[in-house]
Design a protein around this ligand. Structure first.
Ligand code: HEC
Length: 254
């Protein structure tokens, strides 16, 4: 009995799952890679189940670097599918064989997919638009300060957790909000100015002359982060120049 099952399993591998009947769950699926920064927005939890519900095709979300049939990326290859996080996102197909994947591609670029993309809200805000964005220029308020130094400081001090820029995409903690996402909050400036007092930072952050020095009897649990106010100023100048993630024409429903 068990050997027969095993044989069927091996056979089905050989025949490329030709044995699976339509409707059998395991064959109606494909693997989709996505960077942690995109996953952490919650957007894919909104998008993917809606496709699966319509089609019965399951999408297995895997890490950006894992083996996958396709991935969402900002690298500019593949089919442009939505805009957000300050950039255009593409569906990069790795294997062309998967009919379910083609179905997904049709869906996400079609009417329903586009409406689904734009139906997503994070804190009441539209983060992604189906229209492919042309980079916005004017209109962002750039703060005075040394943005170039700010970027370097942000990469070295914040980049071990946050995705600060493209260079820190792969080294950061996926569940930590990216700078581009946080820049899209209307009160981003307040949050960044006070970040050292907002969790989780107080336990490991010291701003010279502002916060109390670390208690010697309770050292920070992780590598501490020390900045001067000038350095924080430079980081703010850099952040003010990051295009907010809800880039693209604001959508008016009225
Ligand atoms: C050790 C990891 C770590 C480092 C280093 C770090 N952060 Fe964070 N930061 C986090 C996490 C995790 C959150 C999300 C907290 C949450 O969602 O409640 C966060 C949230 C934030 C927020 C939003 C806070 C809020 O409540 O609105 C800001 C702003 C921020 N970080 C700025 C920075 C800046 C600027 C730096 C570097 C100078 C930095 N962070 C360094 C882990 C880190």
């Amino acid at each position: 009995m068990c050997c027969r099952l095993f044989l069927v399993f091996v056979l089905s591998l050989f025949l490329g799952f030709a044995y699976s009947e339509p409707g059998k769950a395991n064959s109606r699926s494909f693997k989709l890679g996505a960077p942690g920064a995109l996953v952490s927005t919650g957007f894919l939890k909104h998008l993917l189940p809606r496709f699966s519900l319509k089609t019965g095709i399951r999408i297995e979300l895997v890490e950006e670097t894992a083996d996958a049939d396709a991935r969402f990326s900002m690298a500019g290859r593949g089919t442009p599918v939505f805009s957000g996080s300050g950039d255009n996102w593409y569906l990069e197909v790795q294997s062309t064989r998967n009919e379910h994947l083609s179905r997904f591609e049709d869906w996400i670029t079609g009417d329903i997919g586009r409406k689904t993309i734009e139906g997503f809200r994070s804190d009441g805000k539209v983060l992604f638009t189906a229209a492919v964005a042309t980079p916005k220029t004017a209109e962002t308020v750039a703060l005075a300060g040394d943005a170039i130094r700010g970027e370097q400081l942000a990469v070295s001090h914040c980049g071990r957790c946050h995705m600060v820029n493209e260079a820190t995409r792969l080294t950061t903690i996926g569940s930590t909000p990216s700078f581009a996402i946080m820049r899209s909050f209307s009160d981003w400036q307040d949050r960044f100015e006070a970040f050292f007092s907002l969790n989780p930072h107080p336990s490991f952050t010291m701003i010279v002359g502002v916060t109390e020095p670390f208690d010697v009897s309770r050292p920070p649990p992780i590598v501490p982060l020390e900045l001067t106010l000038n350095e924080l100023d430079a980081i703010l100048a850099f952040v003010s120049r990051i295009p907010p993630a809800d880039l693209g024409a604001p959508i008016q429903y009225q």
